[in-house]
Design a protein around this ligand. Structure first.
Ligand code: ARG
Length: 466
């Protein structure tokens, strides 16, 4: 491996540094490969800073206007991929500033008055993460809408509900999907909370202690859409809890995606057969022609693990840092970007799968019918009609289920005489509660799985997400 050329003289620090960094130093120190993604934010922050410097009389309006034109031209050049960055200039901040000076000369050398890369990077990064949170919110909304549309088709589609992955009680597929709409709503709430806390501006904190120039921090904060300037310059340059929080929100969202992905893996297995994914989101096997593998869902599960890894790493980077800035903080960007990329892809894949999955109501109903999912209904009938205490009713029902199992029959198919051999007071009336649809419809408590409740929740979310 080569480390590139060693610079003859130091392009950045001039005066005190006679020699350039060793090639290895440059390789470990340069962050341009990663932080070039901040170029839009860096230019926006520099535009706000230059305008403020001119208004405060710190630089001339002529210089500010040259800086503005120069930065706008650079933005256009980067957009058109006509500008390449160099690791010799370490990071995106130095690359853009050097390019500005190359283009406009001396005014470019005045841009860095009353700021430091420490407040600069903190500002750029906050702007980036703010956009990422907004993007996540929009992606979550899309997914919620997809789930809601499927729930609307299946408000009355009976499926087994599980606890311990054992068939528990019948529910509807719509009810199951709405559980995820709720979960993702909370993720959106967390993204909003994080955005609110993040939205204050570090710019003007300079290296760590503020500056002797008469800057107007409120002006730059507002120009960049921040609520207000941060009140402590040390905190401004060293705080990365916004990045931790972002990855935290991302990790939790990815964890929720992973739970849904796991369900898709189960449901698409021929052993369940509840759901069929379209060709667009499955792959075949190179050897077994019958296979339809839910690869996208599996990868969403694994990406959740990596995003969680980013969170652990991010917390680890910050954990033992004394105030204020230390170069450790340069490693924050790769962690956030990697988490953001993995999450964006996971969100898109999940939204795609949910959008065109096809449920198999017959398979769902057959599974619910097989698993004695209506045993609780029998026990409840014993309580409600015979006054038997629930614990005892549970015991009686258990005996009946055992009998049905040995006969290989469903509860509703057992002859009344068999039921009465266990509890003589049982009457024909029990058949009013045993059929699956009646069982589902009976759980009509608020938030329950009765189709009437599910439809009410669908109406609530349709209104809320419109
Ligand atoms: N590339 C640096 C980072 O991402 C910018 C800040 C550098 N500050 C410094 N004092 N060397 O953190």
């Amino acid at each position: 491996m080569t480390w590139g050329r060693q610079m003859a003289e130091n392009q950045m620090w001039g005066g005190r540094f006679a020699g350039g960094p060793s090639a290895i130093m440059s390789a470990i120190n340069a962050s341009i490969e990663v932080d070039q993604r901040l170029w839009r934010q860096d230019i926006a922050a520099s535009l706000a800073h230059a305008a403020m410097l001119a208004e405060a009389g710190i630089i001339s309006t002529a210089d500010a206007s040259a800086i503005k034109t120069g930065l706008q031209d650079i933005a256009a050049a980067i957009e058109a991929q006509q500008l390449s960055f160099t690791a010799d200039l370490e990071d995106i901040h130095m690359n853009i500033e050097a390019e500005l000076t190359r283009r406009i000369g001396e005014p470019g050398r005045r841009l860095h008055t009353a700021r430091s890369r420490n407040d600069q990077v903190a500002t750029d990064f906050r702007l980036w993460v703010r956009d990422a949170l907004d993007g996540l919110d929009a992606a979550l909304l899309d997914l919620q809408r997809g789930l809601l549309a499927q729930a609307g088709l299946h408000a009355g589609t009976v499926m087994p509900g599980f606890t311990h992955l054992q068939i528990a009680q019948p529910i509807t597929f719509g009810h199951h999907l709405l559980a995820y709409v709720e979960m993702f709503a909370r993720d959106r709430g967390r993204a909003r909370d994080a955005r609110e806390r993040l939205n204050e501006c570090p710019l003007g904190a300079a290296a760590l202690a503020g500056t002797s120039y008469p800057i107007d921090r409120t002006q730059t904060a507002h120009a960049l859409g921040f609520r207000e300037p941060m009140r402590n310059s040390l905190d401004a340059v060293s705080a990365r809890d916004f990045a931790c929080e972002y990855i935290g929100v991302a990790a939790l969202t990815a964890t929720h995606l992973s739970r849904l992905a796991e369900e898709l893996v189960l449901w698409t297995s021929p052993l369940f057969g509840f759901v069929r994914l379209s060709d667009a989101y499955t792959s075949g096997s190179s050897i077994m022609p019958q296979k339809r593998n839910p690869d996208a869902a599996e990868l969403i599960r694994a990406k959740a693990a990596r995003i969680t890894g980013s969170l652990t790493a991010m917390l680890g980077v910050v954990k033992a840092l004394p105030l204020a800035y230390a170069k450790d903080l340069q490693e924050d960007k790769a962690l956030v970007f990697e988490a953001a990329d993995a999450l964006a892809l996971s969100m898109a894949a999940m939204t795609g799968m949910i959008g065109d999955l096809e449920a198999n109501p017959e398979a769902m109903r057959a599974a619910a019918a097989k698993g004695y999912a209506n045993a609780t209904d029998l026990a409840d009938w014993l309580v409600q009609h015979l006054g038997i205490p629930f614990r005892e009713a549970h015991h009686i029902t258990g005996t009946i289920v055992k009998l049905a199992e040995t006969r290989g029959q469903a509860l509703e198919d057992l002859p009344l005489t068999d039921l009465q051999s266990v509890e003589p007071r049982i009457t024909q009336g029990v058949h009013d509660v045993l059929p699956l649809d009646k069982s589902v419809a009976s759980r009509n408590s608020f938030g329950g799985s009765a189709p009437a409740q599910v439809r009410a929740q669908i109406a609530y979310w349709t209104e809320k997400l419109s």
